[in-house]
Write a new protein. Structure first.
Lengths: 461, 666
């Protein structure tokens, strides 16, 4: 209980609070060698030092007081704050589609965490409605918190759990599914759900936000509206990632779960379809198709759930001068599948060949993908490529490295037979390998070129 | 009979203009020039300041963009769009302003220029560590302001939903609390000093689109906040000047247009704190604070009147009707234009509001203006957006007005507002009208107001409270060690109040002080006086009058460094030349800062003459004057001779001495 009184304080700072009989959330007057301060004592983030006490002064600002300077401290009142988004029951509107929102964590809804001083995910339909009331005009929403982890902590267990939950919901007749998810590994989950939830009759939309919803300019609300609209009203029955198209608050893009990648650490428009065009654009009112062919929404409920995943798969990002032990150690550690991320058209140096041979002999499945992100693995162009194929490395076409990793994990969760694995890996389920790359599948405009600058000036970025 | 009845009716007809004048008299409005402390004591004038000052750094506060490069509004590389949505404060509350701004549903457009804007400003990258130079300057100024320096700087987010910052909040941090500045007659207490990032500059705000440019965004800024200790408008100005001079005394702040701005908080007895935002010049402060205090006094008078008329406020409500354009004979252009744009025209009845709409609020302003301005800001209806039953000059015919009253089932004591706007905005507009009228029953609404040069203000937004603060989860606290603060404290400039007393002691005329403090010339003046042993009054006046004049009338060809003035006096001293010569030299060296002093002497046609030589001309000139004399007055004679001799005398002997000699000679 006493922990609660001194939330986050430790060491010397904790001693000072105890000495003067003051608590977190207590209003205090503090005399210091630098003068008098007064305000409410706030919890302290766990990773911050034990030399300061945090105070919210009457004007609303926070300041830190150096405990060395404190001569006297007196608690004059006590008022604990509770951070809560106003919760309102989500209204039911006849005629609107039913959408299920699965919560997994991430910044789509979040609140302050005094433990770390950072933002932690918060999730409830009532809270969401309180924060984004416009959602009620789009669909009838149900929510379910499947688990709460940061995006980077998602893994095989979460993937399987999520796939099963989706399968159950589809069977029960939902019109669309939205998954709130942290953005860091959104595209991994996009890929894994494409493989685990096959032949879906309804849209399955993954959504996140690049700016936490505790800030006024957050993309969370608009992303959520776009995702809900897609899930409820679009006829694209695929696993999709729905995030900002431009960095402006204008429209979202629907990306295939297998072809999408996070391309910037912090931009709102970070998700891009690689080597192809996105499926469609989405606004709050309409879906504007880009691709002509996609899997259409159906009335039946014949979804196939394949919740398999092996955690004995790894990735090896090649660098010049890589020594053979880099691969040997992985094999020794028991990994059965290795996705190599090679240079150029799919290369590693000759020094690695003996290690590749050893791994192949041990039955390790090795697939080649590219550091260039765009383009196909072409191992026939140079001798080195042919050598590697002879030694057991299989080129993975234009499969994105992360997607190849996810797919190999999913495949090895089902079989260990090399031929079966190869067949599953190279037979696309939904465009993870495409037969062709359209000319506009690779567009990274270079700033400074007059035509580009002119374009950027005219089009909202 | 009929005629006399008509006459009575006409006499009794309500005259809004008269009502305006009567109510102005009733509340006891006095123009500022005629006001005394007794005037301000009567209405309980109270005012405090928030003084903003940009700091002189190379880079912006939280990113590495250059600080202080500005661009024209149509010179931009890209545009992007954001919408702002209110979020909760740290203590779990929504802020009032936040909700209002959300109601306005503005689309915010940012025009960015690559040179001055990176992904940080547009909120696509988290902040970089705070600029340490800026932090150091802010601490120095806090020390000068006698503030208690915090032990640890916590970056806080202060919500701004008007779009002036693309993140929707300003990153800001307290450096010190509880300080004090001395004025001539009293001390003004300081609440706090914070360091923050400057905001965007607004380009336009039309309907639902507000456009900003991001060049200024992120420039390091400090804000000094005082307690409401000022009890008359002149004190507010004095306090503001003091803070600005104190900031400038460090020599580490930006000067020039827009580098210093202030918000002024005003209330009257029984009123509310109202913030007048972005006052561009200190000289505007007295008129603005004076009028705002009386505006509040007027609103309190309105409240009393309404209270008398309406017993149960909870039962008071407005009613409205959509007007069919064709049933009326509207001639007023804004209405006919509105109709062409397919706007809706709505009539609103305000029960018991007769002679309230035309009640005095500010010079030339009436209560109806308060409604109109809120319609513009909150409901996004561009002005002119309404008319009403108490216009000084009605824009709607009597017949139409009668019809409207009938439709609204208005009673004699009611007032009517007719407004127009796009259908989507009508609901918010009606809520806005009702809300503002309801506030009239309570007195003075909490507002931020925008100032005009004529001393009046208009509604800008609801005054935000402490609820809009949120810790910045992207930054870590910065500890401020004792040693660091001591080190910064070692090189502080002399305090402004000490400089003031020193100038007084030197007998430097007071009309020079503003210029001297504004330009931070005191250290140089002090150096010239001490090192060159020149009469302080002469040096002070030289700066405050002559330098000021030269700066206003000449343009330097290269950068003019003020230290040249020191060198000039040194040169005159060494050459044993009379110091009066400085006045002739200054315009030349100001225009051509690279010229050497010997050459200046040639340019101004200076010749070395002995005293005796100059005096020897006096008898000749006396005779000359008397030959052609037009005046028998001795002073005229002296003045003429002085005029003739001044050019050769300057630099060779003090003019006073010459005058004595001229006057003495018969």
């Amino acid at each position: 209980m006493s922990d609660d009184f001194f939330q986050g304080y430790k060491g010397d700072a904790l001693e000072v609070l105890k000495k003067f009989n003051t608590r977190v959330w207590g209003q205090a007057v503090i005399d210091t060698t630098r003068g008098k301060f007064n305000g409410t004592i706030l919890p302290r983030a766990e990773n911050d030092d034990d030399k300061h006490i945090v105070l919210k002064i009457p004007t609303g600002y926070n300041v830190g007081i150096d405990i060395k300077t404190i001569t006297e401290m007196k608690e004059t009142g006590y008022k604990k704050a509770s951070y809560k988004i106003p919760e309102k029951a989500f209204p039911y509107t006849p005629g609107l589609p039913g959408v299920k929102l699965f919560g997994t964590g991430g910044t789509i809804a979040s609140r302050l965490d005094y433990r770390t001083g950072a933002v932690i995910p918060a999730f409830s339909p009532g809270e969401l409605y309180g924060a984004v009331p416009e959602l009620a005009d789009i669909c009838n929403l149900e929510t379910e918190k499947v688990f709460a982890v940061f995006s980077e902590n998602m893994g095989p267990e979460q993937y399987k759990k999520l796939a099963k939950a989706i399968g159950k919901e589809i069977k029960e007749g939902i019109d669309g599914i939205v998954i709130g998810h942290g953005t860091d590994t959104l595209h991994h989950t996009g890929a894994v759900l494409t493989f685990m939830v096959q032949n879906t009759p309804v849209p399955i939309v993954l959504v996140g936000s690049q700016r936490s919803s505790d800030r006024p300019s957050s993309d969370a609300a608009l992303n959520l509206m776009h995702a809900m609209y897609t899930a409820g009203h679009s006829d694209i029955a695929e696993v999709m990632v729905c995030m900002f198209g431009p960095t402006s608050d204008e429209f979202g893009l629907l990306h295939k779960g297998t072809r999408v990648r996070k391309m910037h650490s912090s931009y709102r428009s970070t998700f891009r379809t690689i080597g192809d065009m996105p499926l469609a654009r989405v606004t709050r009112k309409e879906i504007i198709p880009i691709k002509k062919r996609y899997n259409q929404r159906r009335k039946d409920r014949n979804v196939k759930i394949l919740p398999f995943f092996s955690d004995e798969v790894t990735m090896l990002y090649y660098y010049p001068g890589m020594k053979p032990d880099a691969l040997d150690l992985l094999v020794e550690a028991g990994y059965r599948g290795v996705v190599i991320v090679g240079t150029g058209l799919g290369h590693v140096n000759k020094e690695l060949y003996p290690a590749i041979e050893r791994a192949h002999a041990k039955g390790v499945h090795m697939y080649m993908t590219l550091q260039t992100i765009w383009g196909y693995v072409h191992m026939f162009v140079y001798d080195t490529g042919r050598d590697m194929m002879a030694k057991g490395i299989i080129p993975a076409g234009n499969m994105l490295p992360e997607v190849a990793f996810i797919k190999l994990g999913w495949v090895l969760g089902q079989t260990d037979d090399p031929e079966e694995v190869k067949k599953l890996m190279l037979t696309p389920i939904n465009d993870e390998i495409t037969p062709r790359e359209p000319y506009n599948g690779y567009l990274v405009y270079q700033g400074g070129i007059p035509e580009v600058e002119d374009f950027i000036r005219r089009v909202h970025k | 009979m009929l005629f006399s009845l008509l006459l009575i009716l006409m006499k009794k007809r309500f005259e809004p203009k008269e009502n305006y004048l009567e109510t102005k008299k009733k509340i006891g409005y006095v123009p500022r020039k005629e006001s005394t402390q007794a005037t301000y004591d009567r209405i309980g004038f109270k005012s405090g300041l928030e003084v903003h000052q940009q700091l002189k750094t190379d880079e912006k506060l939280f990113c590495h963009c250059p600080s202080g490069i500005y661009n024209e509004s149509d010179d931009y590389d890209a545009e992007l769009i954001r919408h702002m949505r209110p979020t909760l404060s740290e203590l779990g509350e929504y802020d009032g302003t936040a909700l209002m701004e959300f109601k306005t549903r503005k689309e915010i457009v940012y025009r960015i220029k690559n040179e001055t804007t990176c992904t940080y400003e547009i909120d696509d990258t988290p902040p970089f560590p705070i600029d340490r130079k800026a932090l150091g300057i802010a601490i120095e100024i806090s020390l000068l302001s006698k503030l208690n320096i915090v032990g640890e700087v916590h970056i806080t987010r202060k919500q701004y939903l008007d779009g002036s910052i693309p993140t929707g909040f300003q990153r800001t941090a307290i450096i010190g609390v509880e300080g004090e500045i001395p004025l001539k007659r009293k001390n003004i207490r300081l609440i706090q000093l914070s360091i923050e990032e400057d905001s965007c500059r607004e380009i336009s705000d039309i309907g639902h689109v507000r456009t900003f440019k991001t060049d200024r965004l992120g420039i390091p800024l400090i804000e000094t906040v005082t307690y409401p200790d000022c009890i008359n408008p002149d004190e507010v100005k004095e306090a503001c000047n003091y803070i600005r001079f104190l900031n400038r005394s460090t020599g580490k702040v930006k000067t020039g247009m827009g580098s210093g701005r202030q918000d002024v908080n005003v209330s009257c007895r029984g009123g509310t704190r109202v913030e007048i935002k972005g006052v561009a010049h200190t000289r505007l402060i007295p008129e603005l604070t004076h009028n705002e205090c009386f505006r509040q006094w007027a609103l309190l008078s309105i409240r009393e009147e309404l209270k008398k008329r309406v017993k149960d406020i909870s039962k008071w409500s407005i009613c409205h009707k959509k007007l069919n354009y064709y049933n009326f004979n509207f001639r007023y252009t804004p209405v006919t234009e509105a109709w062409k744009k397919q706007y809706k025209i709505i009539a609103v009845n305000l029960p018991e509001f007769k002679d309230i709409l035309s009640h005095f609020t500010q010079p030339g302003k009436i209560f109806a203006d308060e409604i109109s301005n809120r319609l513009m800001v909150i409901a996004c209806l561009d002005k002119p957006n309404m008319t009403h039953s108490e216009e000084f000059k009605s824009v709607i015919s009597l017949k139409d007005m009668e019809k409207i009253r009938k439709i609204l089932k208005a009673k004699d004591n009611d007032a009517q507002v007719i407004f127009w706007g796009p259908e989507d905005d009508i609901k918010t507009a009606l809520e806005t009208i009702e809300e503002r009228c309801r506030m009239a029953f309570e007195g003075v609404p909490n507002e931020t107001r925008k100032s005009f040069k004529d001393g009046t203000t208009i509604f800008k937004r609801v005054l935000p409270g402490a609820d809009r603060m949120y810790p910045d989860t992207d930054s870590v606290p910065i500890p401020l060690e004792d040693e660091y603060i001591e080190q910064l404290g070692q090189n502080l400039p002399k305090e402004v109040i000490d400089m003031y007393h020193q100038l007084k002691k030197w007998n430097v005329p007071e009309d020079t002080y503003t210029f001297i403090f504004k330009k931070n010339h005191f250290p140089l003046i002090d150096r010239i006086i001490k090192e060159l042993k020149i009469d302080p009054r002469f040096v002070g006046t030289f700066f405050g009058h002559h330098l000021k004049f030269v700066e206003g009338h000449h343009i330097p060809a290269a950068e003019f460094k003020y230290s040249i003035i020191h060198a000039m006096f040194k040169f005159l001293k060494e050459k044993d030349l009379d110091l009066e010569l400085a006045k002739k030299i200054l315009p030349v060296i100001y225009e051509y800062p690279k010229i050497d002093f010997e050459s200046v002497l040639t340019v101004i046609k200076y010749k070395k003459n002995s005293k005796e030589e100059i005096f020897s001309h006096i008898p000749f000139l006396k005779n000359k004057f008397r030959e052609n004399r037009k005046s028998a007055i001795k002073k005229d004679e002296n003045d003429w001779i002085m005029g003739e001799l001044r050019p050769i005398a300057i630099g060779n002997l003090p003019l006073k001495e010459l005058y004595v000699a001229v006057n003495k000679m018969k």
